[in-house]
Design a protein around this ligand. Structure first.
Ligand code: MTE
Ligand code: MO
Length: 169
């Protein structure tokens, strides 16, 4: 091997490593709490999803993807969703103090194609009072318990482990 070939091989190895780049570092996990109203949802893209409720009725629901709202507030998404962020979760609360929980990967488009929606309408019509103005729609779920009626707030949190696992995070 000539010196110039040897040199180019030696130079190419670190260059290739640099090009592949270090893995993106895990994003910080910063908890927050949001009230859901027209101003919180303003400016976010509107999407429509088809979903079938527990009674077998399929409808077109339109609104804002819960994940789009979370991303706007800085949650780790896609390749930065790893490390401590894998222990984060989202709680959706309602007017009657009902709450449901999602782990962040359940909502992330690099993990799932399912779009969980903060819906504003069903088949083009606003929800009746007692359900709206915002209702969570969770397509593809056999039970409807997470289809929160009268959504009021969303919070992003990270698990605190106790006992033997306390030092894991
Ligand atoms: N705010 C709120 N949302 C809720 C509930 C609730 O108690 N409070 N119950 C859930 C459950 S268990 C079901 S089965 C569905 C029922 O939705 P429906 O009344 O439109 O059939 O709402 C879900 N969303
Ligand atoms: Mo239910």
């Amino acid at each position: 091997m000539s010196f110039s070939i040897l040199l180019s091989v030696l130079l190419a190895v670190p260059a290739a490593v640099a090009q592949a780049g270090p893995r993106p570092s895990a994003a910080p996990v910063v908890p927050f709490h949001l009230t859901i109203d027209a101003s919180t949802l303003a400016g976010l893209p509107r999407r429509t999803v088809s979903a079938t409720d527990e009674h077998g009725k399929t409808a077109g629901y339109s609104g804002v993807a819960l994940h789009d709202l979370l991303v706007r507030h800085g949650v780790p998404a896609n390749e930065t969703l790893r490390g401590r962020a894998l222990m984060s979760y989202v709680v959706v609360g309602a007017a009657d103090n009902y709450h449901v929980l999602f782990s962040l990967p359940e909502l992330d488009p690099s993990y799932t194609d399912r779009v969980v929606l903060i819906a504003e309408s069903r088949d083009g019509a606003p929800f009746p009072s007692g359900q709206g103005p915002y209702r969570l729609i969770v397509p593809g779920e056999k039970r409807e318990s997470r289809w929160v009626r009268e959504v009021t707030d969303v919070s992003f949190e990270v698990v605190t482990l106790g006992g033997a696992r306390r030092r894991a995070l």
